[in-house]
Design a protein around this ligand. Structure first.
Ligand code: ADP
Ligand code: CA
Length: 421
């Protein structure tokens, strides 16, 4: 049982998922301790006693957390968000807790290291090559087998990911990616990986997301999400996730097997994983496998019987409980990440009540702040909000999500350019 135990949450975000961990901890009688680089964010009460860390200073951050918790080391560790996974892995080692080896966590966060590990393990892998973002890429652009995809090594949410069909498009995409990687909010991460880009051949097909839990090396798949919208580029907006998957059981077994092989290839060992697969004919390609759960609000689309949230399941697992008995609820569920339709100043969204009134819709959450500047993909770094639905079948859920989305009128004003005289 988890009661009375302490779990260290290593996080960058201050948002919903942290609150959901908080609610689960309260229910279980677990005490949460936080390590974060956002300790100066006073708006969120969770950070009261957080241990300040810097994700680009691993050694110092490990020492700071170990020093702060020597009296009472944690019973478990959970990483929330992409950047914290490597520090969380180091901390698991430092405290002697089961986790992912730091090298595996680091490889999962770097698309080039991931590709190399998959290729070495003999997993299906697209043609790929990396290059410094500042270099001359004309020769590379002539070699690439088109269609291809240009992407950064360590961003997420499809940021900077672009399909290119010709050498000219490849050169243009590189310019665009270079500008993105030089922007202030990417530079602030001080991640060496942002000095490089990856080009890989385009894998046609249907995409799935796999939510799983590794237990001392054994993968248990919690669910497979269908992504019903085609993801063919030029940009790759994630929109709808649906569960249970409508894929044949043969295909699902194949996806589970390749995801397990991908986790082994990288060396992931213990804790949540979130993988993305593309299936081309009978070949399953793992695009990437993250050493963390499905992010933020989206985790609400995954619920277990007896109203157990993903966060509760993860806290139980982190404290050493056997969670193999928990099964996903019987209802079909889905989430739509509301994409940013155009660049400008986000003012408001009308029609939220009408969208909420659609049968099957459980919630519409707008997360964009009014009057904030918003940019669409490939530069976008967030969504406008999220729509959640449950129903008897995945297609009913999908229909509800699309109907609700159609009722939203998103008001984005043009940015007024200030021209100096
Ligand atoms: P991120 O970490 O930003 O999610 P991904 O590498 O997962 O980056 O790419 C985002 C999306 O771009 C994928 O979900 C997929 O739809 C598309 N994509 C990426 N690489 C490829 C590829 N080689 N072939 C086809 N589609 C791809
Ligand atoms: Ca991805």
């Amino acid at each position: 049982m988890s009661e009375g135990k302490r779990v260290l949450i290593v996080a960058t975000t201050t948002g919903y998922q942290i609150r959901s961990f908080g609610a689960a901890a309260e229910k279980l009688g677990v005490r949460l301790v936080f390590a974060s680089d956002r300790c100066n964010r006073l708006e969120d009460p969770w950070w009261d006693q957080a241990i300040p860390v810097r994700f680009h200073q691993e050694r110092r951050s490990v020492d700071a957390v170990v020093g702060a918790l020597t009296q009472r080391p944690p019973d478990g560790i959970v990483a929330v968000g992409d950047r914290p996974v490597v520090l969380a892995a180091h901390l698991a080692c430092a405290f002697g807790l089961p986790g992912h080896p730091p090298s595996a966590a680091a490889a999962s966060r770097n698309k080039l290291l991931t590709r190399r590990a998959f290729r070495t393990a003999g997993l299906p892998t697209p043609w790929f090559e990396s290059t410094p973002i500042d270099g001359d890429i004309h020769a590379l652009a002539r070699r690439v087998p088109y269609p291809a995809v240009v992407k950064p090594l360590a961003l997420s949410g499809s940021r900077g990911v672009m399909r290119v069909d010709t050498a000219a498009e490849c050169l243009a995409a590189f310019d665009r990616l270079r500008a993105l990687l030089r922007s202030a909010d990417v530079r602030i991460e001080r991640d060496e990986a942002h000095g490089q880009a990856l080009v890989e051949s385009f894998i046609p097909g249907v995409e799935y997301a796999v939510e799983g839990l590794l237990d001392h090396g054994r993968l248990r798949v919690l669910t497979i999400f269908d992504k019903p919208d085609p993801l063919d580029g030029p940009f790759f907006e994630e929109t709808i996730y649906l569960t249970p998957s409508a894929a044949s059981s043969e295909r699902q077994q194949h996806i589970v097997a390749v995801t397990g092989a991908a986790a082994r290839a990288i060396g992931l060992h213990h804790g949540p994983i979130h993988a993305e697969c593309r299936v081309d004919g009978s070949t399953v390609y793992v695009l990437e496998i993250a050493a963390r759960p499905i992010g933020g609000l989206c985790s609400r689309a995954l619920r277990f019987e007896k109203n157990v949230s993903l966060e509760e399941l993860l806290l139980r697992h982190a404290t050493g409980e056997d969670v193999s008995g928990y099964v996903r609820e019987t209802a079909a569920a889905g989430v739509m990440m509301i994409p940013i339709p155009k660049r400008g100043i986000y003012r408001r969204v009308d029609g939220v009540d009408e969208a909420r009134a659609v049968p099957g819709i459980e919630d519409v959450q707008m997360t964009a702040k009014p009057d904030a500047r918003v940019v669409p993909l490939p530069e976008a770094k967030s969504y406008l909000g999220f729509i959640f639905a449950r129903g008897d079948t995945p297609s009913a859920v999908e229909h509800a999500l699309r109907t609700a989305h159609a009722r939203l009128q998103i008001v984005i004003d043009r940015e007024v350019e200030v021209v100096s005289p």
